[in-house]
Ligand binder design. Structure first.
Ligand SMILES: [Zn+2]
Ligand SMILES: [Zn+2]
Length: 172
């Protein structure tokens, strides 16, 4: 996995109370419920890292352009994912003082790796349902044709099947 390493030595030793970092980093595609999510831009974020008793608190915001599959027609469509960052990084020696229920990352060797945090933020913030456009007609469940490009022949033949019994009656 990629790494985005930030040196936090000066914060851990209380030389400075906080520091601001901004970055723009490439993300590798993420597997999500059988879908491979790729990115149309770097992950951009601005984060303030503050020293707290258990370790570090990160707050800020970020954005990344995600290529998502439309829930109806499956077409890959770019989507700008914006989100807030509010995460805790804990020192190993403070692990026992942190609630097991709360979500946190570890500080390793006086630095933190933001990559796993960004991956998790993307997954948590992905929309459950996503449409390429508000009125997407989706694909035909029978032949798989993209109904946005026009009707397929299935609807027509369905009508024919429905009239079949009547046609028979007529013939008698
Ligand atoms: Zn669609
Ligand atoms: Zn069809």
């Amino acid at each position: 996995m990629r790494k985005i390493i930030i040196d936090v030595k000066s914060l851990l030793s209380f030389e400075e109370p906080s520091k601001r970092v901004s970055f723009s980093e490439k993300m590798d595609p993420i597997e999500f419920y059988g879908d491979k999510i790729s990115f149309g831009s770097n992950f951009k974020a601005e984060v303030e890292i503050k020293r707290i008793s258990k370790g570090l608190e990160l707050t800020g915001s970020g954005e990344v352009k995600v290529n998502l599959s439309c829930s109806r027609c499956l077409k890959k469509t770019p989507y700008l994912l914006n989100f807030e960052i509010d995460e805790i990084f804990v020192e190993r020696k403070m692990e026992e003082f942190v609630s097991k229920d709360s979500d946190f990352f570890f500080i390793e060797e006086e630095s933190i790796d933001l990559y796993p945090m960004l991956r998790q933020l993307i997954i948590v913030n992905l929309p459950m349902k996503f449409l390429c456009r508000e009125d997407c007609k989706g694909i035909c469940p029978r032949c798989g044709a993209d109904l946005n490009k026009g009707d397929c022949d299935c609807l027509q033949s369905e009508v024919d099947v429905r009239w079949e019994p009547l046609k028979k009656l007529k013939n008698i």
